[in-house]
Design a protein around this ligand. Sequence first.
Ligand code: ATP
Ligand code: MG
Length: 569
Amino acid sequence: MAEDKEVIESTEAKGLNFVEEEVLADLKAGKNGGRLSTRFPPEPNGYLHIGHAKAICMDFGIAEKFGGTCNLRFDDTNPVKEDVEYVDSIREDIHWLGFDWGDREYYASDYFPQLFDLAIRLIKEGKAYVDDQTSEEIAAQKGSPTTPGINSPYRDRSVEENLDLFMRMNAGEFDEGARVLRAKIDMSSPNMHFRDPIMYRIIKTPHHRTGTTWKVYPMYDFAHGQSDYFEGVTHSICTLEFVVHRPLYEHFVKELADDSYCPRQIEFNRLNLTYTVMSKRKLLQLVKEGLVAGWDDPRMPTISGMRRRGYTPQAIRKFIDTIGYTKYEALNSVSLLEHAVREDLNRNATRVMAVINPLKVVITNYPEGKVETVTMENNPEEPESGTHEMPFSREIYIEQDDFMENPPKKFFRLAPGAEVRLKGAYIIKCEDVIKDEAGNIIELHCTYDPDTLSGMPGAARKVKGTLHWVSAAHAVDAEVRLYDRLFDVENPAAETERDFREMLNPESLKVVEGAKLEPFAAQMAVQGQKFQFQRIGYFTPDYDSSAEHLIFNRTIALKDTWEKVQKNA
Ligand code: ATP
Ligand code: MG
């Protein structure tokens, strides 16, 4: 306890978000015996996305901050949509983000017996009844926020009949949808969720953990609060859409809790991000219809997609920290996330040279067969990261974009008669442009100034442009996958006229074969390695990459080109 107090006091000085303030107030007031226990409750019906990362940072982060614990609870109450593949991916993604639940891995399905017992008790107390109506009939009787609902004709069934029917529902005697168990609360409550909410429905699909034991499954509202209670959760932190569910959460929890311990729900704003969608249903559709290469397609807003693309957990957590937690819904700019990714990679990525669209340059006055090595910094942001050697020879590749035959005035790259510095090497001058019969430029003939290498008298000679390059004879071929935003409208979820799939960005993936890498980049190309291809962007080897066929994903371009496009528009 003394230790807890210290934690509380030392944290108080720092800026707290509103959830942290509420939790701190409860701890100070000694609620729940001064305990703090949270949970992250994913439904295993899809992969986690960046929105979930925000919830994870809150649930695990607040427990860490105030000396509490956070459970991982799979909210597995709907066997139709759930799968162990999702359970595994969820575990992996939370660990990757840097959080751990120790031995506290729970499942809502662990509580099916207790929940069933509670349902039986509520039936016996006249607080629940079996309704034989269809879901359409039940919905039609719900009323509206301004008009009261209508009581179900089955509302006043006897306790005996309700018990008998509910047991038979669970024995599998009735079809799915034939009957439901409803709480008997108030069909005229101003809170629609109080209008005799459904507690249980019949589902005959086997459950990934409990098999065919159960034929009735609890609804979210009947399962969540009680699961919190069974687990000893003190603060059930969720997103704003649950504000309207809170009274019902409290209503059901009251059936179990006493003065010494009662879980409490607190809500914060969900993360919505521009140029993507966050709905698991839509993401699943993209996967199922093959519109992306899978849940971990690097264009997906999933944690696994971002990992594959080369985003780091540090960058994601920094971004979530930056946007913060509020009580108002908002749409966050993906540029902020990308900014966090660039900042992190700028500090940590290894600098290498790679030419994406190669144009051959022959340095006509450089001796044939000669090879020199030049020394390159691995990361100027981090001097301890050292240097590596790069070969230079008579034939090199530069980027096609870095040459223009008829350049505009402010073009400082290569052009006929112009001089540029090859980064880390010599100054060259373009003497001749070689074309094929169709008039396409196939190579450049240049001369070099032998006096301009580092350490030589002419090393300091200034020219306006510096280009990246690789030695042709030493270069290693690679495929690069240039990813861009998945959608080309800012908020696809807000467009009601068009199907979201029509808003997919047709330019979201460009595959380029035959990129040329300096040998060091090829040697270093192991899973998880982060590179900056100088002047181009940040890249990481894809999962499909092998020594025989190198494949790099572009994590992000060096600069935010979308901002430019918008400014010019
Ligand atoms: P659905 O319930 O529609 O399947 P969901 O995105 O709510 O989808 P859950 O698995 O229920 O998925 O979410 C687990 C937790 O993550 C919940 O507490 C939820 O509030 C939180 N969460 C989900 N989406 C976001 C988001 N965009 N921003 C912040 N938290 C989110
Ligand atoms: Mg949910």
